[in-house]
Design a protein around this ligand. Structure first.
Ligand code: HEM
Length: 228
């Protein structure tokens, strides 16, 4: 069934196209985490519900946020259907924010030296890596709330075009902070591919690439606009 045949209100966020996005992005992230950490790696299955699912959730969050800034720019699949394009952009943005919030809460339930020894010193206080990573993550989530809240239907009118656009662009700032969050927490592991289970890159590295792509595309578009 396609969106036309589904008889759903045109601007409904949950519809066949967005359901496919969710299945591919979230399903793909969960699958990758299972393969890397449980099947090829040696993490016990009892850690799946929080530790591993949290990794998958965080990867999906970054991919959704990145996609919300790429649809209509480099992802041109909906160029002939403006309404659907807007629905997909909104869905990706809100899903990215929701999954990032779930990731934040899940992370805090296991943020202990027992799970993350490398971010703590021997008396159980945060080291510089852990402190930087955490602060960048918390501020990233804060900046992500701005485009999410201003997606509410009354917001464009309440804020006016310019302020609304500025609020929407805060997501780029959030992506910069997500990149810092990932470098602080994951960088050391990125340099040791020989230690990656099955040569599969870590979720933090994949997410870093996903976070940086919209930033590069934005820079390129600004550069091209200035050249004209
Ligand atoms: C209050 C806010 C946040 C907290 C407390 C937090 C906490 C954490 C923690 C503890 C980790 C290490 C997880 C692990 O290695 O298993 C982590 C990694 C990660 N975080 Fe966050 N984070 C926050 C915000 C965000 C946001 C806003 C995003 C993206 C939109 C994000 C994306 C990621 C990703 C992709 C990873 C890598 C996971 C991995 O290496 O397996 N985080 N975060």
């Amino acid at each position: 069934m396609n969106d036309e045949e589904s008889n759903l209100p045109a601007n409904r966020l949950l519809q066949p196209t967005t359901a496919k996005w969710f299945a591919v992005v979230f399903g793909g992230s969960v699958l990758y985490a299972i393969v890397r950490y449980h099947l090829v790696g040696d993490v016990e299955w009892r850690h799946f519900p929080v530790f591993i699912l949290n990794k998958a959730t965080s990867l999906a969050a970054v991919i959704f946020v990145a996609a919300s800034y790429l649809v209509g720019k480099t992802i041109r699949w909906y160029d002939d259907d403006k309404r659907l394009r807007l629905v997909v952009i909104k869905f990706c943005g809100l899903m990215g924010f929701s999954l990032a919030a779930i990731h934040a809460v899940l992370s805090l339930t296991i943020w202990t030296p027992a799970y993350f020894a490398k971010y703590f010193d021997d008396v159980g206080r945060l080291n510089l890596q852990g402190g930087l990573g955490m602060t960048a993550g918390v501020v990233a989530l804060f900046f992500l709330s701005s485009p999410a809240i201003t997606t509410l239907p009354m917001m464009p009118k309440a804020l006016g075009g310019k302020r609304w656009k500025r609020a929407q662009r805060m997501g780029y700032l959030s992506l910069v902070l997500v990149a810092v969050h990932l470098v602080a927490l994951g960088f050391k592991g990125w340099l040791k591919p020989e230690a990656w289970p099955g040569w599969l890159p870590s979720i933090s590295l994949l997410a870093f690439v996903a976070a940086v792509i919209p930033l590069v595309v934005r820079r390129k578009l600004i550069y091209e606009r200035q050249k004209r």
